[in-house]
Design a protein around this ligand. Structure first.
Ligand code: SF4
Ligand code: SF4
Length: 403
């Protein structure tokens, strides 16, 4: 797997330092301040067997219109949720480029219900992609992505509708590669994400996979990333910033972070560097609200190896997250006699407390058929949680926040 960051010479780093790096309140962390100096510096990695060389940070169609041209300039060339763009909203900064120089991912959802209850329907998925292409004028999508993924290995075996829709579109030259973002479904009697991904690697033509991954994650995810590399399947981490948003705004955490041993990095930068240090991981989706966050993330992504201060900062964050931040492992879910989608509820809490997107969090929470008020307080879930979260108490707290 290539990695443009490894090719950054010392001279490159000095040049960036001399012309375009500002401290921006984070000590000596390289933070891109000058767009000219930052041009195309984002590391690139090979998107598995597709052979595409993609910028390590994944762009998103919901980034602000001010951020997108700067991200393009820095080397972001893979855009997920691109089906949201129509001819009017398709950013000029991307559209003006040769079509083969950027990659658009079309997210395809189940129909007639949400990701837990909706259906796979070949014809409707096929028509959906065609209609999005017609509206956007994009010509084709590089990647067709099954959003949220299969409920179980059994469903993947029995229902080929997504793959067939992809194959029909591919024959017509409207899509090129097949991807999946796989969630856990043990709350509805299904399988864990990595179980499904291992099955798909051996039996189905998925070229790329997305899954939750953050510092302190369970080992099965790291194992999946290594196995995917052997199959030459791309791997993109999502929900990567576990606890970073809330910690960065918590005065108690900030006080601890003032210790000189953490100087020169930030929780976000350390997380980015940690993710990027996994050579098997193709890229990362990192929620980005503004250019300051983008340049902090990009500055970290072009940095060299993790330093002791980065390890120390992640260790501090990990301690802070204990008992507080759900890492979305879903281990607790199958223990709940009420079949509450605990990990989904805490994912929405992450939208609110880590990404500061209360609107989205409240909307998602409102759509649940069963929310935190169904918790009987039995405590059956407690021993399962590696984060030692008092789940019943947290469900109440989250209901107050989102209900
Ligand atoms: S305490 Fe609540 S969330 Fe936990 S297992 Fe019991 S009912 Fe489910
Ligand atoms: S509450 Fe604990 S066990 Fe449940 S998903 Fe979150 S981290 Fe995992």
């Amino acid at each position: 797997m290539s990695d443009g960051a490894q090719n950054l010479s010392r001279r490159d780093m000095m040049r960036i330092g001399a012309t375009g790096v500002a401290a921006a309140g984070v000590g000596n962390l390289p933070v891109l301040a000058d767009e000219q100096a930052a041009a195309d510096k984002l590391p690139k990695r090979r998107y598995g067997r597709t052979g595409l060389e993609i910028g390590w940070l994944i762009g998103a169609s919901d980034w602000t219109k001010e951020l997108i041209p700067r991200a393009v300039h820095a080397g972001v060339n893979y855009w997920h949720k691109a089906q949201a763009w129509n001819a009017h909203s398709f950013p000029r900064a991307i559209k003006a480029l040769p079509r083969e120089s950027y990659y658009l991912e079309c997210v395809v959802d189940r129909v007639n219900g949400d990701h837990a209850h909706g259906k796979i329907d070949e014809e409707q998925h096929y028509q959906f992609v065609k209609s999005r292409l017609k509206d956007s004028g994009a010509g084709y999508y590089d990647v067709f992505k099954f959003h949220f993924g299969y409920h179980s290995i059994e469903e993947a075996k029995q229902n080929p509708g997504m793959v067939r829709a992809f194959e029909r579109l591919k024959k017509e030259g409207l899509v090129k590669h097949l991807a999946i973002s796989q969630h856990h479904y043990n709350n509805i009697g299904g399988d864990m994400a990595w179980e499904i991904l291992h099955y798909l690697a051996d039996h189905q033509p998925y070229d790329a996979t997305q899954f939750f991954h953050t510092y302190g994650d369970r080992k099965e995810i790291e194992e999946w990333i290594a196995v995917a590399r052997k199959h030459d399947i791309a791997t993109i981490a999502m929900k990567t910033m576990g606890g970073v948003g809330r910690a960065s705004h918590d005065p108690k955490f900030k006080k601890l972070l003032a210790d000189p041993k953490y100087h020169g990095t930030t929780p976000a930068a350390a997380m980015v560097k940690w993710l990027r240090s996994n050579e098997n991981l193709t890229g990362a989706v990192i929620a980005t609200k503004n250019f300051d966050q983008f340049r902090e993330n990009t500055g970290a992504a072009i940095s060299l190896a993790m330093a002791p201060k980065d390890h120390a900062t992640l260790s501090l964050l990990s301690g802070y997250n204990k008992g507080l931040t759900c890492l979305l492992c879903a281990e607790c879910v199958s223990t709940c006699p009420e079949h509450i989608a605990i990990a989904d509820i805490f994912r929405y809490e992450r939208y609110a407390r880590d990404y500061f997107d209360l609107d989205r969090a409240q909307k998602e929470y409102a759509a649940l058929t069963k929310n935190g008020t169904s918790c009987a307080g039995c405590g059956d879930c407690l021993p399962a949680c590696p984060q030692e979260i008092d789940i019943a108490a947290k469900l109440k707290d989250v209901h107050r926040l989102l209900g």
